[in-house]
Design a protein around this ligand. Structure first.
Ligand SMILES: NC(=O)c1ccc[n+]([C@@H]2O[C@H](COP(=O)([O-])OP(=O)(O)OC[C@H]3O[C@@H](n4cnc5c(N)ncnc54)[C@H](OP(=O)(O)O)[C@@H]3O)[C@@H](O)[C@H]2O)c1
Length: 252
């Protein structure tokens, strides 16, 4: 049986990587979709791929007016929302000396403030049986000197999920998070690095991982489906690590 038959699912950052792989899996499982992104080419390609089954919108995840419009358009098209997957994020990697105020503000604006207010504003469309899923990152659990602000923003999300789970469960709405390790996505491939540095970073991370490779976006999408569906009906306020074991590694 399809796990999301007849459900309405909104995925932020649904035009690339983990979000796009999850959109494909949710669609296979019977959901109708609302997907967001920023890049016009990726929005057009995603809209063409899903046709009548998805509303694909340009929506800046940290902009409250865009969030209002996103919720209004979801309501106008479908009248309700069953699954909210908050997945769009910015990374802005830099060691402490290179972090600017603008970089700091962008990360917290998109990754924390935007996600909080998207939940707040989408809640009136959700009801008993609703599921909210948030993408965090292993950088919120491990020290990561080149991702200090990003990791801190994801740690804030982990905390929000715990608090909001208690606020939302009386309404029958569950919120949980997925904590990926390295995933081979468009976002990773588009990191502004020379090709040889890119390959070296990938080889280094894979070599340190117990499983010796990156995840595919599809492997993360399967966990998103678990948390979005009734298969996880008794899972509340949890963070599921999906990292091939890399956070268990204790380096000498
Ligand atoms: N890849 C990894 O190794 C990894 C590891 C741990 C956690 N994660 C988390 O997984 C999630 C997805 O990452 P990914 O690797 O799949 O990235 P991706 O391939 O770059 O996709 C990111 C998606 O989010 C959208 N997006 C980014 N910033 C946005 C903004 N400010 N407003 C609206 N949409 C925005 C992008 O749209 P545009 O392309 O149009 O901007 C795109 O659709 C993120 O939360 C990330 O932190 C990734």
């Amino acid at each position: 049986m399809n796990k999301l038959e007849g459900k309405i699912a909104l995925i932020t950052g649904g035009t690339s990587g983990i979000g796009l792989a999850t959109a494909r899996l949710f669609r296979e499982q019977g959901a109708q979709l609302v997907l967001t992104g920023r890049d016009a080419g990726r929005i057009a390609a995603t809209a063409a791929e899903f046709g009548e089954h998805a509303l694909v919108l340009r929506s800046e995840a940290g902009n409250l007016a865009d969030i209002d419009a996103l919720v209004a358009q979801t309501k106008a098209r479908y009248g309700r929302l069953d699954v909210l997957f908050l997945n769009a994020a910015v990374t802005n990697p830099a060691p402490i000396g290179h972090v600017t105020e603008a970089m700091f503000d962008e990360v917290f604006n998109v990754n924390v403030k935007g996600e909080f207010f998207t939940i707040q504003k989408a809640l009136p469309l959700m009801g008993e049986g609703g599921a909210i899923v948030v993408t965090t990152s292993i950088t919120n659990r491990t020290g990561s000197p080149n991702f200090p602000i990003y990791g801190a923003s994801k740690a804030a999300l982990r905390s929000l999920v715990q608090s909001l789970s208690l606020a939302l469960i009386p309404q029958g709405i569950r919120i949980n998070s997925i904590c990926p390790g390295p995933v081979d996505t468009g976002g990773f491939q588009r990191l502004p690095l020379p090709p040889e540095v890119h390959s070296a970073v990938k080889a280094d991370i894979s070599g340190r991982s117990p499983i010796k490779r990156f995840a595919t976006p599809e492997e993360i999408a399967k966990v998103a489906l678990f948390l979005a569906s009734d298969d996880s009906a008794y899972v509340v306020g949890e963070e599921i690590v999906v990292d091939g074991g890399i956070t268990h590694v204790c380096l000498p």
